[in-house]
Design a protein around this ligand. Structure first.
Ligand SMILES: Cc1cc2nc3c(=O)[nH]c(=O)nc-3n(C[C@H](O)[C@H](O)[C@H](O)COP(=O)(O)O)c2cc1C
Length: 436
């Protein structure tokens, strides 16, 4: 049987476009309405997506540079994904439910317990996107002036995951017997203390939850540094990455498979799902028109705010109609995606306004073209070994996600590259991962 690709719908407020809330088809307040997320989960499930995926951060992001930028940024009024997902579990039956949670600002017992609850509530559809967080603003909300160094954050993350896995394993399969006749509720020989003692955590266990339907929730990871790749190689079932070219994606997937092998796993136990944004139409002209509307609604102040957050206070509104400066900013940031955007703007001789429009729409791998062409590009990535599937990043919701489900999914199915019905009962089964 031909291998089929996997799909995630990455959901952030009302879309990845920084001014998506201004799109004429979008409810500008929907990012804090549960009905919006329920609608997106139903659309994703109608499209047979493997999962909906929620990014998260533990601090506001906007900076007021240039002046006025902060007040125009919509991304700081959002809901905690772990509060959204149980509601979505009640709205859906098949689609996986993945939330981002930080290992830097939680304790393993909290996280293991919450994701165990989500796995029970959803009947085996829970996933945890493990992040170490990356900003001092998050540190400032958790008793620190500055964040821990990257090696420290990843050392904590590794011990965190080890401990969480110990907690999920603290109840063996079949430990909960609930036998009315004998009066035995659980089999004490199958429930174990954890007694973890390490540099960051001391956790006795066991967990206040019997073994979850998936054995353990799906582990997703997104860090791209050496330390991040090692963490993925050791624990991740799925990696969300943001390569901008097919070549970069192929190299990234090979690297991840090698890391899995380094930690005693096999290459097929780790799935690469790069982010992609698709803006497509029946005709090239229709796709271009959708793209133009999206570029037009980018608020230049908001986009300048994003650039200044990444590069320091280097861009001003007065520079908008000048070419992107030939020197400077590109080297000044640790955000590789932002560096690449500036580099591309220089190569194409864009003005700062044009760069702002592109940055505002999203700095991920993008396909703008006919539905047929979009499906062809996705097929090419998958069949050439660049990925195991895609994390779809809608520009605005629900419209752009609905477009993907209506036009791209059937084209992938016609090529035999995507399922026509869910195969399994759990997220792990649908992803084709071996039982634990
Ligand atoms: C595609 C992608 C998605 C990410 N999503 C989140 C997120 O939702 N929340 C978060 O705190 N960090 C997120 N991160 C940040 C990573 O978890 C990590 O902290 C950051 O990339 C720095 O580590 P690195 O140098 O290993 O990449 C994401 C990173 C990537 C590459």
């Amino acid at each position: 049987m031909q291998k089929t690709l996997k799909l995630g719908a990455s959901i952030r407020g009302v879309g990845y476009h920084v001014s998506a809330w201004r799109h004429p088809d979008v409810d500008p307040r929907a990012a804090e309405k549960i009905g919006h997320y329920a609608e997106l989960a139903r659309i994703a499930e109608a499209g047979l997506f493997d999962m909906v995926f929620f990014a998260d951060a533990l601090a506001t992001r906007a900076i007021d540079s240039p002046l006025g930028a902060a007040a125009r940024y919509p991304g700081d009024a959002i809901l905690d994904p772990l509060m959204i997902l149980p509601a979505l579990a009640m709205e859906t039956r098949h689609v996986g439910l993945v939330a981002t949670s930080s290992t830097t600002y939680h304790e393993p017992y909290h996280i293991a317990r919450r994701f165990a609850a989500l796995d029970h509530i959803s009947g085996g559809r829970a996933g945890w996107n493990v992040v170490t967080s990356f900003s001092n603003r998050e540190a400032a909300n958790f008793n620190r002036a500055e964040q821990l160094s990257k090696p420290e954050r990843y050392a904590r993350a590794t011990e965190f995951l080890e401990t969480a896995i110990g907690l999920w394993d603290s109840w063996e399969e079949g430990a909960l017997v609930a036998d009315r006749q004998s009066g035995l509720f659980f089999d004490p020989s199958k429930v174990h203390a954890v007694n973890h003692v390490g540099p960051h955590f001391q956790v006795a266990g066991p967990l206040t939850s019997s073994r979850v339907p998936q054995g353990r929730p799906l582990i997703v990871q997104a860090g791209a540094s050496e330390e991040g790749l090692d963490l993925a190689g050791r624990y991740a079932d799925v990696v969300y990455s943001i390569p901008r070219s097919i070549e970069a994606a192929i190299a990234n997937r090979r690297e991840l498979q090698a890391r899995a092998v380094k930690f005693g796993r096999t290459g097929d136990q780790i799935l690469s799902m790069p982010g992609v944004q698709v803006i497509s139409g029946e005709t090239e002209a229709e796709a271009r028109e959708k793209y133009r509307v999206l570029l037009d609604i980018v608020d230049p102040l908001t986009a300048l705010g994003m650039l200044n957050r990444q590069f320091g206070d280097v861009f001003t509104p007065e520079m908008l109609d000048e070419p992107v400066p030939a020197e400077g900013p590109a080297e000044g940031t640790s955000y590789s995606v932002a560096r690449e955007s500036v580099k591309r703007a220089r190569e194409k001789s864009w003005t700062l306004r044009q760069l702002c429009q592109r940055v505002g729409l999203g700095q991920h791998f993008q396909i703008v073209g006919t539905h047929d062409r979009a499906a062809e590009v996705l097929a090419e990535w998958f069949t050439s070994g660049a990925c195991d599937g895609f994390n779809v990043l809608p520009s605005h919701t629900p419209g752009n996600l609905a477009d993907f489900v209506e036009h791209i999914v059937p084209r992938l199915q016609q090529r035999g590259l995507f399922r026509t019905a869910y195969e399994g009962a759990t997220l792990r089964e649908n992803l084709g991962l071996a039982p634990l």
